[in-house]
Write a protein that binds this ligand. Structure first.
Ligand SMILES: [Fe+2]
Length: 182
């Protein structure tokens, strides 16, 4: 329970906001680890392009985790940044692709971003009335994450504008569909 918070915000609202932000903090920590995992496991003809495309996003997402953790502290709560917190907070499965081609990883990563961006948008909707400052932080982050998803999708997009992974409901299925096109 928060004993102090930002001026003009009730402690009850702050508790609600920090609860939402803790889940997003764990999601961001999971995402930058997943991105490094892809950076290390990508193989094949497009290795260097994808390997190098991933690292700036890792740095961006690590920075976003820092911003969210410090927002939680600013609002009077304690951010949990441990591996255990990620495991406790997450409602999704561990990234499931190991050593694989650039196409396979990008197909799977598109699904990772589908889940992440949808949840960040949900957090924007939930925090909008409670704390517009937090909402503003989440909006800025989401815009950049959506842009990176476009980078990912451009690799699995056909010249007619369709995703080769369309309809895939698991990372494994998306990886398989993306791999089959190359
Ligand atoms: Fe590296």
């Amino acid at each position: 329970m928060t004993s102090f918070t930002a001026p003009g915000l009730s402690t009850a609202a702050a508790d609600e906001v920090t609860g939402i932000l803790q889940e997003r903090l764990s999601a961001l920590n999971d995402l930058h680890l997943t991105l490094k995992h892809v950076h290390w496991n990508v193989v094949g003809a497009n290795f260097i392009g994808v390997h190098e495309m991933i690292d700036p996003q890792v740095e961006l997402v690590r920075g976003y985790a820092d911003t969210i953790a410090e927002r939680i502290a600013t609002l009077g709560s304690s951010p949990s940044g441990t591996a255990k917190a990620i495991e406790t907070d997450r409602t999704w499965n561990d990234y499931s692709i190991g050593r694989d081609t650039a196409q396979a990883h990008l197909g799977a990563l598109d699904l990772v971003y589908d889940g992440f961006v949808s949840s960040h948008r949900d957090a924007i909707a939930k925090t909008g009335d409670l704390d517009p400052i937090t909402e503003d932080i989440l909006i800025g982050q989401t815009a950049e994450l959506e842009k990176f998803q476009w980078f990912v999708r451009a690799h699995v997009e056909s010249y007619t504008g369709e995703l080769t992974t369309a309809g895939a409901s698991s990372e494994t299925a998306a990886a398989h569909a993306a791999r089959a096109e190359h």
